[in-house]
Design a protein around this ligand. Structure first.
Ligand code: KG4
Ligand code: ZN
Length: 360
């Protein structure tokens, strides 16, 4: 009897919560090695955006150790939510909806944010929304109100994904091409490791490449001599390894020259496929998102060499963060989407499986 009543109360609360208009959304990101918590307000924008990075924990291992990532998320999530509320000048009771990353990502890490977020939403009697991490990256550049006209092309370049997507409407995505092996960010990280630059590699390669001679080495531009929009970066990694082996012992200038040649090759490959996608689809707006979109050379080359308007987020919103989760979650909550009481996460989750938000 008690159980039935409890279930009934939970169900009424759940259904009632769907009538509340989501003005203030708490966003929680825990898909990999960063705990991100943010508060997004429908009218006032971003009120708080806090990030705890686990770089120091994983650095000795040269990459992310999933079990250590989960444990650290558990320790950091509550203090971060408290701090976000304090910085945003809000109380728990002011939250109208909770958004959490439900995939793709490390299963255990995702479960920490999802269990916390879904439970908090239930305890507050507000709706919860499971956010697709790559959709959140894709929408982050739109947060400051600069919406490109539909349809547009999105280049998603992170540590786990390299994808070219046609955005027909927010939530309606067509996959045009993707990496057949390593993601662009993953290649940056692996080449950084070969050069002894440590983890995470992308920003370190980018900084070192500034001092490199672009004429000294020429790396291949994989899959650009054949039609199609897919990418491949594992060959570049092997090329980098062979170059490193041929020039041992490496001096600082060798490292910088290799970093420069590698970065040029990745940027060129991305640029060539973006140009093809824009031309093929007859579209003149390109959104770039994900950690690698923070790369300055990529931004500059796309801006100067493509006949399109390029949209990107400030660097802090390119890499993983809670703000993009709060913002993407707010859009779905505002459109009436929400989750049942069950907690569901997906380590793999095709972007094209999402239901649309806007009508096309
Ligand atoms: O989006 P993100 O923070 O996490 C994932 O969803 O994977 O992307 C992280 C990736 C890492 O591989 C990192 O090395 C790369 O983005 N990255 C960069 C830069 N900043 C971060 N790669 C190149 N240049 C950068 N400035
Ligand atoms: Zn990410």
């Amino acid at each position: 009897m008690a159980l039935t009543t409890a279930r009934l109360v939970a169900q009424i609360r759940e259904e009632w919560s769907n009538f509340r208009i989501a003005m203030l959304v708490l966003g929680i990101e825990s898909s990999c090695d960063e705990t991100g918590v943010a508060l997004y307000h429908a009218q006032r924008g971003l009120l708080a955006n806090l990030l705890h990075s686990q770089f120091d924990i994983h650095a000795p291992f040269g990459g992310v150790v999933p079990e250590l990532a989960c444990r650290d998320h558990i320790c950091k999530i509550t203090p971060l939510v408290r701090r976000a509320l304090a910085e945003g000048g809000a109380q728990l009771q002011d939250i109208d909806g909770v958004a959490y990353t439900a995939g793709p990502g490390l299963k255990g890490a995702l479960l920490v944010g999802a269990a916390f977020g879904r439970t908090l939403a239930w305890s507050l009697g507000v709706p919860a929304i499971a956010v697709h991490h790559m959709e959140a990256h894709l929408l982050a550049p739109l947060m400051e109100g600069n919406r490109p006209p539909l349809p547009f092309i999105a280049l998603l370049v992170s540590g786990g994904h390299t994808q070219l997507v046609k955005v027909v409407a927010v939530g309606a995505y067509e996959m045009l091409g993707e990496s057949l092996d390593d993601a662009a960010g993953e290649a940056f990280d692996k080449v950084a490791k070969m050069l002894g630059l440590g983890y995470p590699g992308g920003p370190r390669i980018a900084a070192l490449a500034e001092k490199g001679d672009p004429q000294r080495f020429h790396f291949p531009r994989p899959m650009t001599d054949r039609p199609g929009l897919d990418f491949s970066f594992s060959g570049l990694k092997t090329f980098a390894l062979n170059t490193v082996s041929a020039h041992r012992p490496l001096h600082d200038q060798d490292r910088a020259d290799i970093a420069r040649a590698f970065e040029e090759a990745v940027v060129d490959s991305l640029l060539i496929k973006c140009r093809r996608a824009l031309q093929g689809e007859g579209v003149s707006h390109l959104v770039i998102a994900g950690g690698v979109s923070a790369n300055l050379r990529l931004r500059q080359r796309l801006e100067t060499q493509l006949p399109a308007k390029i949209h990107y987020a400030p660097p802090a919103l390119c890499v993983d963060n809670g703000a993009m989760i709060a913002y993407a979650g707010w859009q779905r909550l505002a459109a009436g989407h929400s989750e049942p009481l069950s907690i569901h996460t997906q380590a793999r989750w095709p972007l094209t499986d999402l239901p649309p938000i806007d009508p096309a």
